[in-house]
Design a protein around this ligand. Structure first.
Ligand code: DGP
Length: 120
């Protein structure tokens, strides 16, 4: 499996730095974001080192599918039972900070801010 020696999320996958894990299987890992921006703020990542969503391809479909397929279950389990958001920041314009593909799962219990809300 591809792993990057210096990547912070690869280090979490390898158990070299701690994380508050909420799910782990053969393909993916989910853990709490260290700088939460909502009452529920999880990061869901492929275990394999894929820098950005630009770099994803069909070899990654098992991991990417599991990331989405488990988002609702994990959000609900962690306290976001009435809705949540999924965000994948990508590249410079997308304000990506950590270059290991990751999906943010952000949830309430109360409604989140107006980002991407319909403008009146
Ligand atoms: P972004 O690349 O901008 O989509 O967001 C990266 C997120 O990763 C940011 O919300 C903070 C989080 N983060 C950075 N380093 C660590 C870490 O070592 N552990 C955890 N749990 N989260 C981290």
């Amino acid at each position: 499996m591809t792993s990057d020696a210096n990547c912070i999320f690869c280090k979490i996958v390898r158990g070299e730095i701690p994380a508050k894990k909420v799910h782990e299987d053969e393909h993916i890992l989910a853990f709490h974001d260290v700088r939460p921006q909502a009452p529920v703020h999880l990061l869901v990542i492929p275990k394999v080192h894929v820098p950005t969503l630009y770099d994803a391809n069909l070899n990654h479909q098992e991991a990417l599918g599991r990331m989405l397929a488990l988002a609702g279950e994990l959000a609900r389990k962690e306290g976001a039972a009435d809705g949540f958001r999924v965000i994948i920041n990508t590249g410079r314009v997308g304000h990506q900070e950590v270059y290991h593909l990751h999906m943010h799962v952000l949830g309430g219990p109360e409604p989140l801010g107006p980002m991407l809300a319909r403008r009146k």
